[in-house]
Design a protein around this ligand. Structure first.
Ligand code: NDP
Length: 460
């Protein structure tokens, strides 16, 4: 029997991506994964040719960003020396709403990385149920080792350029790696100064000028709410579980905080230089000290008041863990790490960071029955509360922390239910990764269909 047409077209789509982005392994990983899951769905649901064509057309549109913006950022350091950095904004897709997604400042930030993050953001935002398109941006400026005034001057210079491309109905960035409440404050002020308008053009602002309560905590808290539902679905709980959290930034800290509240035992936090291990469980006091140190930009290895040990150049994944929460950066958990988690009988990997597991790690973990909580579902709480911040700014209201937390809980529960529903539909109830890909894609596909960009399928 000859190969069905859609299989040939799927192959061609993947070949096109590989041809156009030969060196962008992260974009290839993210797009291949989604395309392959949709191909499996087409096969499993036995769609007719018209429906197959419809899904392929949607995929063809979705792998192409709407717009890629690059600009130069000129700024002056404390010694009076001038520097130029690169700034980027990838406005990936605005079918569901204005572009929305974080800004990251790290030495290694580049367009390749932002392409995969922008692509992923489209589907994550779709899962939240809020009207937001997907985007991502940032700069190759490295805040580590820079003074506060240098960071402020850089943020102002960055926003001077970015302000031409964003707006409350166009694109509303937020923070990400290297960009927290303080940096957002510097950029928000610059936008106001340039435009002479007080508008909700950024989220993650401090609550004193329009930021939402618990936006800072939202990604980490949401991650734990999702993990709690995952454990329930497995007839288990978070209580007493030994958890490894990577990173010591925004997502990691609030993931750890909520896990401790749920009586889990968090034994690690980490950064790009190594891992901090406390086998007795990191206490609330230790966590507060880490939060304070972070505000002063002090690294884990330099903290004298911690009672555990710091292991240079090590990651958390080789310890005996029940649950792994990679919350630092993309592709931080590789196949070798996955093997160690499997050998140590880990129950689940819950992705707080964006695409923290390599493709090899995912294949191995899934094969060995470790349940995967995929980033686009798990860490959607951050952008969800950003969406709530937009609503508050538009109505010039500010909701109490409890109100926002309740809404966050409801959104995370809903995302989990959506994953379970789609998991059941594909006959693989706890394959959250596939379910999240299919559910988010179908919603964007509907919006693309209603925008008149693809032919309507003839239903069988
Ligand atoms: P932060 O800048 O607050 O923290 C990042 C942390 O990760 C730091 O501790 C950093 O250490 C560590 N890190 C960076 N690179 C590496 C590496 N190669 N190996 C080990 N550790 C590393 O960022 P966020 O917490 O905001 O973001 C973390 C992840 O979560 C990212 O993938 C981000 O895209 C994702 N995310 C964030 C959201 C948010 O609301 N902030 C929302 C959704 C997703 P060091 O200080 O040494 O660099």
């Amino acid at each position: 029997m000859s190969e069905p047409l859609y299989k040939k077209n799927i192959k061609q789509l993947i070949e096109k991506i590989d041809r156009e982005y030969p060196d962008n392994s992260q974009f290839k990983q993210a797009t291949h994964e989604l395309i392959n899951d949709i191909a499996a769905y087409i096969e499993q649901q036995e769609f007719n040719e018209s429906e197959q064509r419809y899904y392929l057309e949607v995929l063809r549109i979705l792998i192409e960003p709407d717009r890629v913006i690059q600009f130069r950022v000129d700024w002056e350091d404390d010694a009076g020396k001038f520097h130029s950095n690169r700034g980027f904004r990838v406005q990936f897709n605005n079918t569901l709403g204005p572009y929305k997604g974080g800004l990251r400042f790290t030495r290694n930030t580049n367009l390749d990385e932002l392409m995969f993050l922008g692509f992923e953001q489209v589907f994550k935002n779709s899962l939240t149920g809020l009207p937001m398109g997907g985007a991502k941006g940032g700069s190759d400026f490295e805040p580590h080792g820079r003074s506060e005034s240098e960071i402020r001057r850089f943020c102002q210079a960055f926003m001077t350029q970015l302000s031409h491309h964003i707006g409350p109905d166009r694109d509303i960035p937020a923070g990400d790696i290297g960009v927290g409440t303080r940096e957002i404050g510097y950029m928000f002020h610059q936008y106001k100064t340039i435009k002479n308008q007080f508008r909700g053009v950024l989220t993650g602002k401090h609550p004193v000028f329009g930021g939402s309560c618990i936006r800072e905590e939202a990604t980490g808290y949401g991650c734990v709410y999702f993990a709690e539902h995952m454990m329930e679905a497995l007839d288990n709980t978070l209580e007493g579980k030994k958890c490894g959290v990577s990173g010591a930034g925004n997502v990691a800290i609030y993931t750890a905080k909520k896990l401790i509240e749920k009586n889990s035992k968090v034994i690690t936090l980490s950064d790009s230089k190594g891992v901090y291990v406390n086998e007795d469980g990191i206490s609330n006091e230790e966590l507060d000290a880490i939060i304070q140190a972070r505000a002063k930009r002090i690294r884990l290895k330099d903290m004298k008041q911690l009672s555990g040990e710091y292991h240079k150049d090590k990651k958390p994944w080789h310890l005996k863990l029940d649950l792994a929460f990679p919350c630092a950066t993309q592709n931080e958990l590789d196949e070798e790490d996955a093997k160690s988690l499997v050998d140590n009988k880990a129950i689940a990997v819950i992705e707080g960071a964006n695409m923290p597991c390599t493709d090899g790690a995912i294949q191995l973990l899934e094969k060995k029955g470790v349940v995967m909580g995929p980033s686009k579902a798990v860490n959607a709480g951050g952008v969800a509360v950003s969406g709530l911040e937009i609503s508050q700014n538009r109505s010039r209201l500010s909701w109490e922390a409890d109100q926002v937390d309740e809404k966050l809980k409801a959104i995370m529960k809903n995302i989990h239910t959506t994953c379970i529903d789609y998991g059941e539909k594909i006959g693989d109830k706890t394959n959250y990764r596939k379910a999240a890909n299919i559910a988010s894609f179908i919603k964007v596909a509907k919006a693309i269909e209603f925008s008149g960009l693809v032919p309507l399928p003839e239903s069988h």
